[in-house]
Design a protein around this ligand. Structure first.
Ligand code: SF4
Length: 564
């Protein structure tokens, strides 16, 4: 849209972008800290802190709609945030009391006699991340935080080297970019400090990291997690069970694994993670997930079961060395946007919450000092350095590198890594960004150049098109595609030949389709079904030419991950 439209603006003290575990924990901790400070001042004297205006904007239609995770949560950060959370109606489904690791061969399943250390989850809370977000949001609002769902952060507002706020996305623009009768220009929200917690590969976070040169020592790398909720037969339901599984190489051809746990109402959460730094351009997280359901063990579990929900999300697994610098003048990064995730344990919710709380402590310093420049906000980085989150991250710092260097190195390095507090034989173990690891078809053995074919049975295994219907994804069709492909000729003329159009494989929602190009007989052109998008961000990450940019569609659109 035109830059010249008249926009409303508003000013707040603290602006959070995204309503997830990191930002909501941050907003709540901020209000709690200020209340405690002012109560102390009442008793003991001193200067009170003027309660700030705090706003959270969220692109989903409601808080929790875009929250998806395999959620077996370490309660460590939550206990720091709300010590009596159990009495406060925290939405725990079950507490894990039976954690196991399985090794799956092509036909059989073996439970390891002792669970692997990264998968020890006993005492952890089995939750729905969507429900956690709702629970936190209620507490934030009760503490005086404003939450605006349906508002997507579209653009960073900067003055020189300082972030001064965020512009929200325009609404009511047609597919040609012209205003419709419902047109509403986005609003400029100015803030003393802006906290970006938009989840993985957030649009504004990506812009901030690039614009301010905040990249980590190593590139960030990602997995795509596919999650399905099934209603199983009551006699197969096992409350408190959490399974992590290693799956046969014939299935995944690369790094990844499965999880499974039980939720209330005879539901199970089944998920599969597939790393995106595979050599094969045909790497297809959805296909891996469907194929695994044909394993006899899964067939038996899902016999008589009914699919309830489907979704997908990327996970940042690079670890400590892949994290960007966490602050600039006027802004901080929290949660998945900053890579707060333990890739070895496949656990990020507790890390995200802790990052938000450390950012909140830093904002309190800023409110006292009346300064949100780099000197004040820099203490966020230092707080992280002194925290249990850093210690946990440090132990896992070479996990991904160890794997990415290949199996022989992995098996040699892992025992050393375990006894050297995460160091291993090399520190850091270098690795490439996922899209750089993807090989051209001509570089692969002939047997691996064709895309794999698979018959979906429509009962246990489903096409992407079918599964999108279980994600609740909704987008207005008459709007510019929020998937921006910088050069579609490249898809037709170069990518088809070099990589075989991997967008058709890696997207788990059948958004990208190469269709016959009438103007170029014998060739195919890209068609984008943007209305299918489940906001997983895989395309923005995995495209080998890096010409796909995921941008927020109109606020309020996207998947509906309630209960996920
Ligand atoms: Fe994920 Fe991109 Fe496909 Fe949307 S278009 S579902 S973000 S891969």
């Amino acid at each position: 849209m035109s830059q010249n439209v008249e926009r409303e603006s508003m000013e707040v003290d603290v602006l959070f972008v995204g309503a997830g575990p990191a930002t909501l924990a941050s907003a709540l901790h901020l209000m709690n800290r200020i209340e405690a400070h002012n109560a102390r001042v009442d008793r003991e004297g001193g200067d009170p802190i003027e309660p700030p205006t705090v706003l959270v904007i969220e692109k989903g239609a409601a808080v929790g709609d875009h929250m998806l995770s395999g959620a077996v949560m370490n309660p460590k950060a939550l206990a720091e945030l709300v010590p009596n959370f159990a009495d406060e109606g925290f939405p725990t489904e079950y507490i894990c009391d039976n954690d196991m690791t399985y090794v799956f061969t092509k036909k059989r399943a073996f439970r390891l006699p002792a669970n692997l250390p990264p998968f020890k989850k006993r005492g952890y809370h089995i939750v729905s991340l969507s429900n956690i977000a709702k629970w936190l949001a209620e507490r934030c609002e009760a503490a005086g935080v404003e939450i605006y769902p349906g508002f997507a952060g579209d653009k960073l507002l900067t003055e020189g080297n300082r972030v001064v706020g965020v512009r929200t996305g325009d609404m009511g623009v047609d597919k040609n970019g012209s205003p419709k009768s419902t047109f509403q220009p986005g609003m400029d929200i100015y803030a003393k400090v802006t906290v970006l917690g938009e989840g993985v590969r957030g649009t504004l976070s990506k812009a901030l990291i690039s614009q301010f040169g905040l990249e980590g020592e190593q590139p960030q790398v990602y997995e795509t997690g596919i999650k399905e909720i099934w209603k199983i037969k009551p006699e197969k339901h096992r409350p408190g069970r959490v399974i992590h599984g290693m799956i046969p190489h014939e299935l995944i051809h690369h790094f990844g694994g499965m999880w499974l746990y039980d939720m209330q109402g005879d539901l199970i959460s089944y998920g599969m993670v597939t790393a995106l730094d595979a050599e094969s351009p045909h790497n297809d997280p959805h296909l891996v997930s469907q194929k695994f359901k044909t394993h006899p063990w899964m067939r038996e579990l899902l016999d008589g079961a009914e699919l309830v929900r489907y979704g997908a999300k990327t996970i940042p697994i690079g670890g400590m060395y892949s994290m960007p610098k966490l602050y600039v003048d006027g802004a901080m990064l929290v949660g998945d946007s900053a890579g707060f995730c333990n890739g070895e344990k496949l656990a990020g919710i507790h890390m995200a919450m802790k990052s938000g709380m450390m950012a909140a402590d830093t904002i309190v310093d800023g409110l006292v000092a009346k300064d949100f420049g780099t000197t004040t906000l820099g203490s966020y980085q230092e707080r992280y350095r002194q925290s249990w989150a850093w210690k946990e991250h440090r132990k896992a710092r070479n996990f991904h590198g160890s794997w990415a260097k290949g199996l022989p190195f992995f098996f040699l390095n892992e025992p050393v890594r375990m006894i050297t507090g995460g160091r291993g034989l090399l520190d850091p173990v270098p690795f490439e960004a996922g899209h750089e690891a993807t090989r051209r078809l001509a570089e692969l053995p002939e047997s691996k150049r064709e895309r794999e074919s698979f018959e979906f049975d429509g009962k246990l295994t489903f096409t992407k098109e079918h599964l999108v219907g279980f994600s609740g994804a909704q987008h207005e069709t008459d709007q510019p595609s929020h998937l921006v492909v910088a050069d579609t000729d490249l898809c037709r003329d170069v990518c088809a030949e070099e990589y075989g159009n991997p967008c058709e494989s890696f997207c788990p929602a059948a958004v990208y389709e190469m269709v016959p190009d009438e103007e170029h007989p014998g060739k195919k052109k890209l068609f984008i079904h943007h209305e299918n998008c489940v906001h997983c961000k895989t395309c923005d990450i995995a495209d080998p030419y890096q010409v796909i940019t995921w941008t927020p569609p109109e606020g309020g659109e996207g998947p509906d991950y309630t209960q996920m």
